[in-house]
Design a protein around this ligand. Structure first.
Ligand SMILES: Cc1cc2nc3c(=O)[nH]c(=O)nc-3n(C[C@H](O)[C@H](O)[C@H](O)COP(=O)(O)OP(=O)(O)OC[C@H]3O[C@@H](n4cnc5c(N)ncnc54)[C@H](O)[C@@H]3O)c2cc1C
Length: 435
């Protein structure tokens, strides 16, 4: 195994939007020697869900840098300008840019940053105390298969989230039963199916259902949408509700007792789990159009029903055992393909658990986090692990929201550099969460 002796100031694990924003902001701080590793060969933001017509749920101002410094060369507007699209963007008159464009913008930034290395998976991390204190990071080059160790005084974890499929749906052929995260790579298969069922009622479920609904009459498949929720609920998108995704709310939430935080977070699903109004409207409009002058559209929307089990049927297709939890009745449903829109969970790589004795954990096995996004350590060291992922239990509902990414990176950079590079405003919104 090759060993790099150079001591870095910061090594980042994962390059999603959160760490990419940090890499972009650090680019102008030449005194910081930072490296970021990403296992994918290129930057690609949820590629299976880059459906044409889908748009960002945050305004473009929440790009990788603007909220810290609108004059930063990695701003979205500079990307538009450098790509000679200023007039088109001006006449577009939209804040909510296409999701495909956000991905293209991030790729444009990533390609300019020397600190970002792709095709490299971090497979282990160890804290070393041998006169000097540092982290040793083992990186697997996915092309050559070679492992290399790097040294860094600090780490930043930006490993994001991974798709979740319920246990009872696992072990079935992945070309027939798959997560929405893989939707686009299965779109042709959907076009050739006799019937498709989407399970779940969040934004990903709705976007997938809408895309299938658009094509349903052309390709002639039966389309069903099943959720255990009482309804296809809309996301809470009023401007005052959106203030929950502000530094003020994060600060308020952070200082609450942990048991109260867990209760509050569990009750805030509609701030991030519901469906955007415009997506519900599109779906309803399509259903309405399809119902004109025709028999019933060959489409079903079923609420209050949990899919308990999926079994292959003799001769092909699958039988879904469902349970209507209000009527307390079981029923079955057949489908050729099943798409699980069953959400994501924080991606805490196994090697974080190799640092078990080094870190503080709560009684639910979750790491403890300081207000300024550092993992709490069992002993005093001069090294820090900053963290973007898996912090909803400490920092609340905005933890995965891209609108807070730059704010978090400002806090991290101020701590890393030991001075206030970015001044922090006490009050950023109209309402008060605390007295
Ligand atoms: C379909 C979809 C749409 C979304 N749209 C929005 C939106 O419009 N607005 C909003 O605010 N939020 C949105 N979100 C929520 C969220 O902000 C995004 O998921 C965002 O991608 C999170 O960024 P991240 O940097 O934390 O992680 P990710 O984007 O998940 O990136 C983490 C990266 O780490 C890499 N990685 C993991 N482990 C390792 C390792 N050991 N070594 C090297 N690399 C590793 C992964 O390959 C991955 O590329 C959306 C989520 C989804 C699923």
């Amino acid at each position: 195994m090759e060993q790099h002796e150079k001591m870095h100031d910061l090594i980042g694990v994962g390059i999603g939007p959160f760490n990419l924003s940090l890499a972009a902001l650090l680019d102008e701080h030449e005194s910081v020697d930072a490296l970021f590793f990403e296992q994918n060969a290129t930057f690609d933001w949820h590629p299976g869900m880059l459906i044409e017509g889908t748009k960002m749920q945050v305004p473009f101002i929440a790009d990788l840098v603007t909220m810290a410094d609108p004059t930063n060369p990695y701003s979205f507007l500079n990307y538009i300008s450098k790509n000679d699209r200023m007039y088109q963007f001006y006449f577009l008159q939209r804040l909510d840019i296409p999701r495909r464009e956000y991905n293209d913008y991030c790729q444009w930034v990533a390609a300019q940053l020397d600190s970002c290395r792709f095709g490299k998976r971090v497979v282990d991390i160890r804290h070393v105390q041998d006169g000097e204190e540092y982290f040793e990071i083992v990186v697997d080059d996915l092309e050559s298969g070679e492992k290399t160790t790097f040294k860094s005084r600090n780490l930043v974890m930006g490993t994001g989230s991974i798709p979740v499929i319920p246990k009872s749906f696992r072990g079935l052929p992945s070309e027939d039963v798959f997560h929405t995260a893989d939707f686009l790579s299965h779109q042709d298969r959907c076009r050739n199916a006799g019937s498709i069922t989407v399970i779940g009622s969040g934004q990903s479920a709705a976007e997938t259902f809408r895309e299938l609904l658009k094509e349903q009459r052309e390709y002639g498949f039966r389309l069903d949408w099943i959720t255990r929720s009482p309804g296809f609920a809309s996301m809470e998108e009023s401007k005052l509700s959106l203030e929950h995704f502000s530094p003020d709310y994060v600060n308020y939430f952070y200082q609450l007792p942990q048991n109260q935080k867990d209760e509050i977070f569990a009750s805030q699903g509609l701030y991030y789990k519901g469906i955007s109004n415009h997506t519900v409207n599109d779906i309803y409009n399509l259903l309405y159009e399809y119902s004109v002058g025709e028999e019933e559209p060959n489409v079903g929307l079923q609420v209050l029903s949990e899919v308990k089990e999926i079994q292959p049927k003799q001769g092909g297709g699958y039988e879904l055992t469902c349970y209507h939890w209000q009527k307390k009745e079981e029923f079955t449903h057949s489908s050729d393909l099943v798409i699980a829109a069953t959400g994501y969970k924080p991606n805490v790589p196994d090697f974080v658990h190799h640092l078990e004795d080094f870190l503080e954990w709560d009684e639910h096995g979750r790491y403890k986090v300081t207000p300024d996004y550092r993992l709490k350590q069992t002993k005093e060291t001069s090294n820090e692990i900053y963290v973007h992922s898996g912090i909803s239990h400490t920092h609340g509902v905005g933890s995965t929201n891209l609108g807070l990414s730059v704010h978090r990176n400002k806090v991290i950079i101020n701590h890393l550099l030991g001075r206030e590079i970015y001044p922090m405003k006490e009050k950023t919104i109209f309402q008060s969460f605390t007295v």
